[in-house]
Design a protein. Structure first.
Length: 417
């Protein structure tokens, strides 16, 4: 009764403007009570009951100040698995059951068929080519001459930059500085190793330290006018990420035997290859796309949501290229993901359900040595994307795409009683 009385009192104060909805945690001293008060107030204010949003296992004492503000509860998304998926990577080796959170009927069934075809053909080979999170501060100088002098100065101060990074984080390190000039403006695209964290916050804090050092130590007129100058590039599709990489630059490939293509995927290798050339390559080129694939975003978004990744980074993480070749009568297929931004610590990976999903993959938390869990995770994602891409191309080649969505996406399948 005491909590109910407190809720009623706080709702009255909100109505009178004495307490802000955004300050309830501070006022009540308990994040879970604040969530309850905020939701009850909204229910009374709007007349909309929210029992489903209220149903959650999340302890808001754990996530307040880290993952959410103005919380009223949580939403649930169905999670399914695909697998077993055999992966032969530098970091991921063995068979994996991969969780995908989605509301799109047919997606998991589709990816799972590709998983079966790849696993029966010996699995997916995966490799991470690059690993580096970026942040690109924008530096003002008065002239191109000064801009060039400033860039030369940065080259002789790399060690000082690295020392400043160590003040901001124990887990990250500066590995490259990529300068770009337009007129009198300079972008320093700073590249960091970030261990098992996706690393965006780490890169931001470290870059701020470097900017402060520049403004206090450079002997000319230069100042940081924006900590992010949009050449990082974060949460936007960008050719620079496609070319230079951001996060994990990872490739997955497989040779799928002809009999498996025909018996499991119900298609012909030569037709899948032709669809890839005409749809993914030519079609994307005609459309002016930055990306040449069928549906990487489908798989990556589902894995991101299931495992607590930054969902907005699906934008750049789903850029990439699908390539196919005919090897005698078999089909070679690869996916290249130059900007896969993932981590196994920090952000949403702390949430209980997401931790379980990462645990299922064997990548929960920090690795030993640091960084190996995130690299393993990246290889598993790439292999899963490969499976999804293979099956969609096969479905298009065989004419089964609409039929699959009719069966799994419109409630046609029913459990027999």
């Amino acid at each position: 009764m005491e909590k109910t009385l407190n809720i009623e009192e706080i709702i009255s104060k909100i109505d009178k403007g004495e307490v802000s909805l955004s300050k309830l945690e501070e006022h009540l001293g308990n994040a879970n009570l604040a969530v309850l008060a905020r939701r009850v107030y909204l229910e009374k204010k709007t007349g909309v009951s929210m029992p489903s949003i209220a149903s959650t296992i999340i302890d808001f004492e754990e996530v307040y100040g880290r993952n959410i503000e103005n919380a009223i509860g949580a939403v649930q998304i169905p999670v399914g698995i695909v697998g077993p998926l055999r992966v032969d990577g530098e970091y991921a080796s063995g068979e994996f059951y991969v969780p995908l959170a989605t509301t799109e009927g047919a997606l998991i069934a589709s990816v799972n068929r590709g998983v079966k075809a790849i696993t029966l053909s010996g699995g997916a080979k995966t490799r991470v080519l690059k690993d580096g999170m970026t942040r690109a501060p924008l530096i003002w100088t008065p002239s191109v001459e000064e801009a060039l002098r400033f860039i030369e100065w940065t080259k002789s101060n790399i060690e000082a930059f690295k020392a400043k990074v160590s003040e901001a984080t124990r887990h990250g390190s500066l590995i490259d500085v990529q300068p770009f000039i337009v007129g009198n403006l300079v972008w320093l695209r700073l590249v960091y190793k970030t261990g098992d964290a996706m690393g965006m916050n780490m890169a931001t804090l470290a870059s701020d330290k470097i900017c402060s050092y520049i403004e206090s130590s450079y002997d000319g007129p230069a100042r940081c006018i924006s900590l992010s100058g949009n050449m990082c590039t974060d949460k936007k599709p960008a050719i620079i990420n496609r070319l230079l990489g951001r996060g994990k630059y990872v490739i997955a490939e497989a040779v799928v035997r002809e009999n498996i293509v025909e018996n499991i995927l119900k298609a012909k290798p030569e037709l899948i290859h032709y669809i890839n050339i005409t749809k993914n390559l030519l079609g994307s080129a005609v459309a002016g796309s930055n990306s040449f694939n069928a549906h990487y975003a489908n798989i990556i978004a589902a894995i991101f949501i299931a495992t607590g990744q930054d969902a907005a980074q699906v934008v750049e993480s789903s850029m990439g290229f699908t390539w196919t070749e005919l090897r005698d009568r078999d089909l070679y297929i690869s996916v290249t993901l130059p900007s896969l931004e993932v981590g196994t610590i920090g952000g949403g990976t702390r949430l209980p359900a997401q931790r379980e999903a990462l645990r299922l993959l064997g990548v929960e938390g920090g690795g030993n040595p640091p960084g190996v869990n995130a690299l393993k995770f990246a290889e598993i994602i790439a292999a899963t994307v490969l499976a999804g891409e293979l099956n969609l191309l096969a479905a298009l080649a065989s004419g089964h795409l609409a039929r699959a969505h009719e069966k799994f996406g419109r409630g046609v399948v029913r459990v027999k009683r």
